[in-house]
Design a protein around this ligand. Structure first.
Ligand SMILES: [Zn+2]
Length: 333
């Protein structure tokens, strides 16, 4: 049944049973796209682990990766040893192979969103609340375990580092073991955010002090076109966490570390980015380069030291982020 859950969810069908047995535990369906795995014997190393995919509906590789994990759990190839919450994010967008329905879900994970008068119409705010509630209840049920949340994505554009982690900004310090695990999982770069950004991984880090990341695992492709072989090391990390074992470690120095220095905000209708539309993420620009022009904000020119561009998009709404500008930093201890 577990391996069919993904297909049933994509077909908008409700599985017959809300609960069932697994080779090393059981599962509970708390709602559409919300699946909890409970081990019959919890390992001493076990963390309470949230694995989410499909927060952007067209990012299919992580959804296929979750499908592999569920099949392997059901076949008894993974010995469930840690409480695990599997979440599928934007279900109607997944069905329509779109990034979102009305608005980007991954900016709505804020408890007081409505108080800020910032709640957009449509499906996404309701879904953000369901997912936040699911995370709150899961961590409350397993409050004695260390909290982890990996939110799995793929990027719209090419990247100098196809697989990279975004570390949300929040007070909680990231443990050094995370860098070793991510290095062993085949991640190539890490980007530290410099201010709050109301993403799903930020939610778990900010409100629950979880070790939480947004993981970009390659480029957006349709279902069936993903090369899951390159994600085997990532799968190994997730399997170790699901089994409640210590994951394999690698050398953090194999990853490039960056910090956000500046956010380019579109402030007017007359806004342009002065580099090619298909510029890969982490492309670097020299001092003196004019990166953007805006009728209100003026020109943005690189000063001091070279800057690299991540997630550029000139076509955002006015007031929204058009690119992150980042700079390389030292590998953390
Ligand atoms: Zn995404």
């Amino acid at each position: 049944m577990l391996s069919e859950w993904l297909g049933l969810t994509l077909d908008d069908e409700t599985p017959d049973a809300r609960e069932g047995r697994l080779p090393f535990g059981r599962y509970v369906l708390h709602g559409p796209g919300i699946l909890e795995l409970l081990p019959s014997a919890r390992q001493t190393q076990a963390r309470a682990c949230v694995i989410s995919a499909g927060i952007h509906g067209n990012e299919t590789a992580p959804i296929e990766l979750v499908g592999e994990l569920l099949s392997r759990l059901e076949a008894g190839l993974i010995r469930l040893g840690a409480p695990t919450l599997i979440l599928l994010g934007n279900l109607p967008a997944m069905r329509a192979s779109q990034r979102f329905c009305v608005t980007n879900l991954n900016r709505l994970f804020r408890r007081d969103l409505a108080d800020h008068g910032d709640e957009p119409p449509g499906y996404e705010p309701k879904r953000a609340r369901e997912l936040m509630d699911a995370v709150d209840a899961f961590y409350a049920r397993h409050e004695d375990a260390e909290r982890i949340h990996y939110d799995l994505h793929t990027a719209i554009r090419d990247s100098r580092y196809p697989r990279f982690a975004v570390e949300p900004f929040a007070d909680t310090a990231i443990h050094a073991e995370q860098w070793r695990w991510l290095a062993a999982a085949g991640l190539q770069a890490v980007l530290h955010q410099h201010q709050h950004s109301w993403t799903f991984s930020h939610y778990s880090k900010h409100y629950h002090q979880a070790q939480a990341f947004t993981l970009e695992l390659g480029k957006v492709r349709p279902f069936g076109d993903n090369d899951l072989a390159v994600l085997r090391p990532m799968r190994a990390l997730l399997e170790a966490l699901i089994e409640g074992r210590e994951p394999q470690g690698g050398d953090p120095a194999s990853m490039a570390f960056f910090r956000v220095e500046h956010e380019l905000i579109r402030e007017s209708e007359q806004f342009a980015l002065h580099f090619a539309d298909d510029t890969p993420n982490f492309s670097e620009f020299d001092v003196g380069t004019r990166l953007a022009s805006d009728a209100v904000a003026g020109d943005f020119i690189v000063d001091d030291a070279p800057l690299a561009v991540v997630f550029p998009n000139a076509h955002v709404e006015i007031g929204a982020r058009a690119a992150l500008l980042v700079r390389k930093i030292a590998t953390p201890d």
